[in-house]
Design a protein around this ligand. Structure first.
Ligand SMILES: [Cu+2]
Length: 338
């Protein structure tokens, strides 16, 4: 159900006010098991999915049994406008995979979002509501950008199991339509956009439960970009077919448990520059044009770059590195042809 209500949205610069239509967005997430084949090995995950989506035709809405859809990793990417109200309901029921006490149940933590403590999905501070809840968030103007969401029950295990994805906060125009800009600043306009969710997998975490000592030592074996390995330029995790001279926005979201460095290279291996406009859901005072960007766990960056006039192929890529000394584990590739 959508309701519209006129509000005043101040621009990020505070120079102009324009009326827009804010809407209420109701989403319902369920949790299911899935397995992925990573480097030839089967790894079990828990993933969010929109209740009622997928093959089973389950029920929509809050409460009840939820849907019988297909869990995915990362979970659904949710887009909302500044001023909108997101009501994100998590359905947890007898069919939901979970640990036993004291780590049973799941939540949704809206990482980096300005919400009431009772809305932030942290069991220790929200009244231990872990068997289903609704989380409400209405992002303010100036909070456009990328936000992770993830389960905050026994996070060391549940996030690793795949309970994460992204919420993208976008500006709307005066008619209430999403703008193809990172925020109200016209310089952030783009023609194409992709969400790059950075994540890592330690298989030992996936089989350990409770207070296992395994959780004191992180040894990732698989390195993912939006849920895929993408180990070579010939088999990239993400692909984009674009037109020359156009602008591409990438939303980099750190759900990994290591260090990482993002770069873009051409076919000859030359670094290409990109401009960072937003870090962690807030516009940089001065946009920064760089050829390399470090992303720690939980960090985000919203970047834009312009493709050249000559046809070619570029490879956005992430080097995952150890937390202790930043020595490289592996590189995961995206690919843009134009
Ligand atoms: Cu969980």
């Amino acid at each position: 159900m959508k309701k519209t209500a006129p509000i005043l949205l101040l621009s990020a610069l505070g120079l102009a006010a324009s009326p827009v239509s804010a809407v209420t967005i109701n989403k319902s997430l369920c949790v299911g098991s899935l397995s992925k084949s990573l480097s030839g090995k089967s790894v079990n995950f828990w993933g969010y999915y929109e209740c009622g989506s997928g093959g089973g035709g389950g029920m929509m809405g809050g409460g009840g049994m939820g849907g019988m859809g297909s869990a995915i990793v990362p979970g659904p990417v949710i887009e909302i406008g500044t001023g909108d109200t997101l009501n994100l309901t998590l359905n947890v029921n007898m069919m939901t995979p979970m640990e036993s006490s004291p780590y049973q149940g799941h939540t949704v933590h809206l990482h980096g979002a300005d919400v009431q403590t009772s809305e932030d999905g942290v069991p220790e501070t929200n009244g231990n509501t872990v068997m289903g809840d609704t989380y409400t968030w209405s992002p303010s103007a100036g909070h456009e950008g990328s936000y992770p969401y993830h389960c905050h029950v026994h996070t060391v295990k549940h996030l690793e199991m795949g309970m994460y994805s992204a919420i993208i906060v976008r500006p709307r125009d005066g008619s209430g339509n999403f703008m193809n800009r990172l925020n109200q600043d016209a310089a952030t306009a783009y023609d194409y956009s992709q969400v790059y969710v950075l994540s890592t997998v330690d298989p030992a975490y996936h089989t350990a439960t409770g207070d296992s000592t395994v959780f004191a030592d992180y040894n990732p074996q698989y390195f993912l970009l939006s849920g895929k390995e993408g180990k070579t330029t010939g088999a990239p995790a993400m692909t984009l077919a674009a037109a020359r001279n156009k602008k591409v926005a990438l939303r980099l979201i750190g759900m990994h448990s290591t260090n990482s460095t993002f770069q873009i290279k051409d076919t000859a291996g030359n670094l290409k520059s990109f401009t960072v406009y937003i870090r962690d859901g807030r516009a940089l005072p001065t946009p920064k044009t760089v050829t390399s960007l470090d992303l720690s766990p939980g960090q985000r960056a919203d970047v834009v770059f312009t493709l050249p006039s000559a046809s070619s192929t570029w490879y956005p890529q992430v080097v995952y590195k150890t937390l202790r000394d930043s020595s490289p584990y592996a590189t995961v590739y995206g690919k843009i042809t134009f």
